[in-house]
Design a protein around this ligand. Structure first.
Ligand code: PLP
Length: 399
């Protein structure tokens, strides 16, 4: 294993050859303003205190680590532990960075926070954070997704954000990104585009990572205190990569800890129906940054698919790309069937209904646990709860 000595990121926002700002010069100026404000404000005690207070009293942090005893015994082999991000207010890890972004927007005097949402998870977390700090929030969402994701649409309306239905193109996530971005460009000085993962131009991959790194910081300390040692394997699902990098960051220098990111293999890596960017992608630019991505010969992003809509993104965070090349993190893929099996198993042996996204990481832990010994342990980031997926799974399985 090579030692991780490369700065993450450098002052141009590069993680090795990934990341950067692949955007027009006018926007580089705006992004650099956000970066400078972030670097200045986030160092102040007042900002740290405000954010930590919200993590404690609003989100309910620290989230516990739970030993999944019955699941571990059912499989045999290593002990499986869950970092319970599903217990956060709003039910997933996304609130960690949405609060950070909303506070930063408020401190910078921005008048409106804009974002897109696919399944509505980022939209709900951001609308929540904006309601809390008192900022206008505008969420762009494809009409197809609006029809599919009714509960999240209702929540966003109740939370007081402006929901902009997008009727162009395929009426899904990619069109929502374009629409939100156009709105943002109308007044980038007063508006801020709040990106939902560790993707997009610098400083977002760095900033979102920093806000999410609370997950790994807590987990490392909690695990050491409870078990007297570090886990042998840590794992998390990877869409854009925010919950994964949030867990991984605190463990990167712990050479005894094997780190594994789990991508969606969908209906199989030999079909077009997956979103396994690391396994099947190639280097290129997407949405303002360089990364591995799933693209056609002309560099256009390919349509991607996963049973978990939070994972179907054709790119991946730049730091993950570097960690793959360095060999510090392994990236594997889990298919829909194994994901659904893990979803049902965790529900029935532990009484925890996971998000379909998180179930990918649970499935991977279930695959490797029986090749490990009982004194070894796997820590899974349970990024969110599965309320949003319950109806879909019940229909699918005829329950
Ligand atoms: C959005 C989401 C993900 C995927 O996003 P990352 O940036 O890869 O973490 C994973 N799990 C849940 C519960 C989500 O809502």
């Amino acid at each position: 294993m090579k030692k991780n000595t490369i700065p993450m990121p450098d002052d141009k926002g590069y993680f090795g050859e990934y990341g950067g700002q692949i955007i027009p010069p006018e926007l580089v100026v705006i992004m650099d303003e956000i970066k400078d404000a972030y670097l200045e404000i986030s160092q102040t005690q007042a900002f740290q205190d405000e954010l930590n207070d919200l993590y404690t009293h609003y989100v309910g942090r620290p989230s516990p680590i739970f030993y999944a005893k019955r699941l571990s015994e059912k499989i045999g082999g290593a002990k499986i532990f869950l970092k319970r991000e599903d217990l956060n207010h709003t039910g997933a890890h996304k609130i960690n960075h949405c609060l950070g972004e909303a506070l930063l927007a408020k401190h910078m005097g921005k008048t409106k926070v804009i974002a897109e949402t696919g399944a509505g998870q980022h939209g709900v977390a951001l609308a929540t954070a904006c309601a809390l700090v008192g900022l206008d929030c505008e969420i762009h969402m494809g009409e197809v997704d609006i029809a599919k994701e009714h509960p999240n649409v209702t929540k966003m309306k109740i939370l007081g954000c402006t929901l902009v239905p997008v009727s162009r193109g395929t009426k899904t996530l990619k069109d929502a990104v374009d629409s939100a971005f156009e709105e943002y460009l109308k007044d980038p000085v007063n508006f801020i585009y709040a990106i939902g993962s560790v993707v997009g131009p610098h400083p977002f991959p760095m900033m979102v990572r920093d806000f999410q790194s609370i997950v790994g910081k807590e987990a490392r300390q909690q695990f050491l205190e409870a078990q007297g040692k570090l886990p042998d394997v840590i794992t998390a699902c990877v869409g854009g990569g925010s919950n994964a990098i949030g867990l991984f960051t605190a463990f990167l220098d712990d050479e005894t800890v094997k780190i594994v990111g789990v991508e969606p293999a969908g209906k199989g890596l030999d079909t077009p129906f997956h979103a396994a960017t690391m396994s099947k992608g190639s280097k290129g630019a997407l949405h303002g940054f360089e990364c591995y991505n799933l693209q056609d010969e002309s560099g256009e992003p390919l349509p991607v698919y996963s049973i978990a809509s939070g994972l179907d993104y054709p790119g991946v965070g730049p730091q993950h790309c570097l960690l793959k090349d360095l060999g510090r993190v392994d990236y594997v893929a889990v298919n829909d069937d194994d994901c659904v099996d893990a979803f049902m198993t965790l529900s029935r042996v532990e009484g925890i209904i996971p998000a379909l996204e998180s179930a990918h990481a649970v499935a991977y832990a279930m695959q490797i646990a029986d090749e490990m010994t009982a004194d070894q342990s796997i820590l899974v980031n349970l990024s969110g709860r599965g309320d949003k997926d319950a109806e879909f799974i019940a229909d699918k399985l005829g329950l």
